[in-house]
Ligand binder design. Sequence first.
Ligand SMILES: Cc1ncc(COP(=O)(O)O)c(C=O)c1O
Length: 389
Amino acid sequence: MSFDEIIDRRGSHCVKWDMMEKIYGVSADDGIAMWVADMEFRPPQCIQDAVQGMVDHGIYGYFGDDSEYRAAICWWMETRHGWHVDPDWIFTTHGLVNGTAMCLDAFTKEGDGVVLFTPVYHAFAKVIRASNRQLVECEMINANGRYELDIDAWDAQMTGNERMLVLCSPHNPGGRVWTKGELSAIAAFAKRHDLVIVSDEIHHDLVMPGNTHTPMSMIDGITDRLVVMTATTKTFNIAGSHVGNVIIEDPDLRARFNARMMALGMSPNSFGLFMATAAYSPAGAAWVDDLTAYLAENARIFDEGINAIPGLHSMALESTYLAWVDFAGTGMEMAEFTRRTEQGARIAINHGPTFGKGADSFLRFNIAAPRSVVEDAVDRMQVAFRDLQ
Ligand SMILES: Cc1ncc(COP(=O)(O)O)c(C=O)c1O
């Protein structure tokens, strides 16, 4: 397959294209959708075949015996991430936003503090607030266009009411792949403040060549407070299948999580399990290798073009396909650089402030699109900010 193929998604009930006019005032007819984190690519043939197999059979009943599915997850974590997972540690949730909500439900109570390192994926704050937990935003340091931890400041910020940390690893937005040293510092921070760590590793396969993701499970001494979440959905562009893996090694945490799963009557949909099982395979792995190489070149082209505009800076991505562009150097108000991007360049993007503290001068651009679309977006931005050249 070619990642260069342009596929018209309009009218397919996809949120990214079919909701962009309503939300951003950018028409899908002449605009480019670069917001929601899904890709403009079809998944690998092995997944299409799995869905086709279901359609050919034509009966969509309840799913039974997920041992093959669990084995596929274990194989993937072992071969791609060097992490040995026992099949019994895995829970299947309705995606990872649901996984996060389930963790809040299982391990915290109303009023408890839940820590985020901001700016960070906006849905975390949404579920924390919606479940009446206290959102605790610990702002990262933007060190010359690269996020770093600010552990001393965060230690001082803790009040004793905090019970959980939701970590994004690799980080969205900004694309940091946290080093083993940084993850150890985060683990020590969680221990000092007695926090359950929910490590959302949904972007772990989308790592740019030259970087290596370290699973949080590799960090010593935190198994009794650790939940790791991964998924096929981001990696293989099957987010609509809504399946997530919540992996818990510790028996006590596992029992508490299981109790909530049972109480809420949670069980997975069969499409998601068929697709995930097919994805975590040698054919899926080969596709991901091609994908990351393609995304890395997209990122290079995007960054080069955007960084050529005076006052704009696109963070160098170590991971993810979500370019995080800082407009601070333009001296413009947010309304102005957003207006130029949406009404001038006709690009629908995510607005910085939705990602929490420290993001007011940013917009997020999804560059997982055919190369010609990324090039078009760069050209449009250069025109929209031409007066700065
Ligand atoms: C860090 C992170 N977690 C979770 C999600 C969404 O997960 P799901 O679709 O499984 O709910 C996203 C989507 O962009 C994400 O970036």
